[in-house]
Design a protein. Structure first.
Length: 324
């Protein structure tokens, strides 16, 4: 029967297409068969590291941004400089990044369980997911199946990661180009509710005279922390916006922006730009709503053009591409 044959063909083709695309897409619990304990092992290590060095969780959140916004979530950030090829970690944009050595701790635990199976890119994603939860943030249901880059993208880092003093327009267009909407971008910057800033990134707002958009008392406080316009980059550290809860991902970030206590210029501008300020106000008033948007934004960031299928590789050591 022609119609039955026709129907059968259509069905067969759609099943094949579906199988093919599923193979090339991220999915929930991608390692269910190949390494069923992968997500548990990673979570256990993230919790253990958090209990020993709380700021590791903060690093996992920043790693997700610096890895995923540079071309793809492909663990290119984790490659170390070798044979004259420089790491993305050498970029000025990576200033202040820390705890890379503990990524190797997580990877080693995963390799012991399932050798050469779980990508470093998925470790970047899952450690960020679990780190966010350790920091009191929302759980983002992250898919897995990313594969690892076989080269550094240092040459495009400065172009793809915004600077601390970039305009709101350039920050928005950067994140829009990877599919985030304005509200999600404002939510994503809420990651700056945790962690620290070095004086190097603040002195422009303090000297020769304080940025008038800064609360004057807060400017005085910051000058106390950063007493000279040319700080030794290694010296004074900074807790972020949120001096009350510096280790919790919450909406104090937005409350501080509304009271002119944003730390970086990119932070403070969110409160004055008409495109972003409505969301700053919304998040400042509702932590649960902020958490929902933050989780959505983190998911989108984590799915930026992953390598899948036959692309890239599964690195054995996150610091170096495989030698064979
Ligand atoms: C316009 C975009 C962004 C700019 C210009 C920016 C810039 C910066 C700068 C300058 C620092 C301080 C570095 C230091 O002095 O030590 C920092 C820290 C941090 N950023 Fe961002 N950032 C941006 C977006 C994001 C996003 C989207 C995330 C994560 C979702 C993120 C997570 C973090 C975290 C967690 C820290 C604290 C790191 C630590 O204490 O070790 N940032 N960022
Ligand atoms: C932004 O900051 C960098 C140093 O981090 C500085 O070289 C640059 O001139 C600043 N740009 C603007 C527009 O102020």
């Amino acid at each position: 029967m022609p119609t039955t044959t026709h129907l059968f063909l259509v069905l067969a083709i759609s099943v094949l297409l579906h199988a093919y695309s599923a193979k090339c897409e991220l999915q929930l619990n991608y390692y269910a068969k190949s390494c069923p304990d992968a997500e548990d092992v990673i979570k256990k290590e993230v919790v253990k590291l958090y209990n020993e060095h709380g700021n590791t969780a903060v690093s996992w959140v920043r790693n997700l941004f610096h890895d995923c916004v540079v071309q793809s979530c492909d663990a290119s950030l984790l490659l170390e400089s070798i044979n004259g090829v420089q790491s993305e970690q050498e970029s000025d944009r990576s200033f202040g990044m820390r705890n890379f050595k503990y990524v190797n701790t997580i990877k080693a635990a995963v390799e012991r369980r399932c050798p050469s199976t779980v990508s470093c890119a998925d470790i970047v994603a899952l450690s960020a997911r679990d780190g966010i939860v350790m920091l009191g943030g929302p759980r983002a249901e992250m898919k897995t199946g990313r594969r690892d880059a076989t080269e550094s993208h240092l040459n495009v880092v400065d172009e793809l990661i915004p600077n601390h003093n970039d305009s709101t327009s350039s920050v928005l267009s950067r994140f829009q180009s990877i599919g985030l909407e304005t509200e999600e971008i404002v939510a994503l910057l809420g990651a700056h509710s945790v962690g620290r800033v070095h004086c190097k990134n603040l002195v422009q707002r303090l000297y020769p005279s304080a940025d008038p958009t800064l609360d004057p008392d807060y400017a005085e406080y910051l000058k106390g922390r950063c007493p000279t316009p040319n700080p030794d980059p290694a010296e004074v550290l900074y807790s972020r916006n949120d001096r009350e809860t510096p280790m919790i991902i919450d909406n104090y970030y937005y409350k501080n922006l509304l009271s002119h206590k944003g730390l970086l210029l990119v932070d403070q501008q969110l409160a004055s730009d008409p495109r972003t300020s409505p969301y700053v106000q919304k998040f400042a008033g509702d932590n649960g709503y902020f958490h929902d948007q933050f989780a959505r934004a983190v998911l989108k960031l984590s799915e930026n053009s992953p390598l899948t299928g036959d692309q890239g590789e599964i690195r054995k050591d996150c610091r170096f591409v495989n030698s064979d």
